[in-house]
Write a protein that binds this ligand. Structure first.
Ligand code: SF4
Length: 321
């Protein structure tokens, strides 16, 4: 078993164990049990959390909190209204691009995830050797870019990812974009076989990482990203603006700088999608606008992400600022 698969297998799934690892009394965490979207966090990510600090910004991203059980107006199971758009594991909501649900699993469960209630079993493109999804793509010559999403597409083994890339190379697409949190939470996922796949496909490969806080980017992650960078056409990051985690200019500026140190450009700062259970992470839009203004005063333009929101029915992300 490759080291990254062993790290998935050995991830922490028990709140009492997490508390022990962090030198916290279990009661401090105040966690609650969510059987449908339980605690899941790799040990390497836990190792980047501060011991004895129940407010650690990495811990807050993954700890099931009692606030998730409180209903909030406007926060729903399908916040960007994409579940009705999915067919054969494909979602067409953006012009010239198609989103392919490559995997229903993730290496970590992020509590603010907008797809935490997505019906993956009914909407996996992997059915029948990817054929229904590929057949649909072959019939759509206007699709230049296929976005691999999930779940996390790098949950696929290298063999299965290789099969998928080979089939995508047989469509009109010129670019494959991979949205992933894997290199951040389990950097061992960037192995020699994976970069060989990127080297050998005819498709241009764009990797969009998901990182929200500079503490996520330790030396192990920096090493993996430095390895990955020469094998892809672009290496970008999108973050989600999260209350109590990164809603201050010092943290966001440090995140941009640290990403740049690792060869990654900040691409989007995403306003939270209003998914049920995540209202306690919400930050007022005007505060996000203020933060981007403060970032512009501190950083070169290429380190200031675009502040965007997903608006159901729109053909692209909606820029806020
Ligand atoms: S890794 Fe991505 S898809 Fe998976 S739970 Fe986190 S935000 Fe959601």
């Amino acid at each position: 078993m490759p080291p990254w698969q062993a790290a998935v297998r050995d991830a922490v799934r028990d709140v009492a164990e997490l508390a022990r690892l962090l030198d916290l009394p279990p009661a401090t965490l105040g966690a609650f049990a969510d059987a449908r979207f339980p605690l899941l966090v790799p040990r390497g990510f836990v190792a980047r959390m501060r011991r004895g600090d129940a407010n650690d910004p990495l811990l807050k991203q993954i700890l099931p909190a009692p606030a998730e059980a409180e209903p909030a107006e406007g926060f729903t199971a399908d916040p960007v209204r994409e579940q009705g758009l999915a067919a054969n594991g494909l979602i067409r909501k953006y012009g010239g691009r198609a989103l392919l649900i490559a995997s229903g699993t993730c290496p970590v469960h992020c509590r603010y995830c907008f797809r935490r209630e997505f019906p993956y079993q009914a909407q996996l493109a992997a059915r029948d050797g990817w054929e229904p999804a590929i057949a649909e793509l072959r019939g759509q010559a206007d699709i230049g870019e296929v976005i691999l999403s999930g779940g996390d597409p790098l949950s696929l083994s290298n063999r299965r990812l290789g099969e998928l890339l080979a089939k995508l190379a047989d469509t009109a697409a010129t670019t494959v974009r991979i949205h992933t949190r894997f290199p951040i939470v389990i950097p061992e996922r960037i192995d020699s076989e994976l970069v060989r796949l990127f080297d050998t496909t005819r498709l241009r490969t764009v990797v969009v990482l998901h990182t929200n806080h500079p503490n996520e980017l330790d030396a192990g992650v920096a090493g993996a990203l430095t390895t990955l960078r020469p094998h892809v056409a672009a290496l970008l990051n999108q973050a989600v603006l999260l209350a109590g985690i990164n809603d201050d200019v010092t943290t966001l500026a440090a995140l941009s700088q640290r990403l740049f140190d690792c060869g990654v450009l900040p691409y989007y700062l995403h306003a939270l999608d209003p998914v049920a259970g995540a209202a306690h992470f919400d930050v007022a839009e005007r505060r996000g606008v203020e933060l981007i203004g403060e970032l512009r005063a501190r950083l070169p333009g290429y380190l200031v992400p675009r502040f965007v929101r997903e608006v159901p029915g729109e053909l692209s992300k909606t820029p806020i600022f």
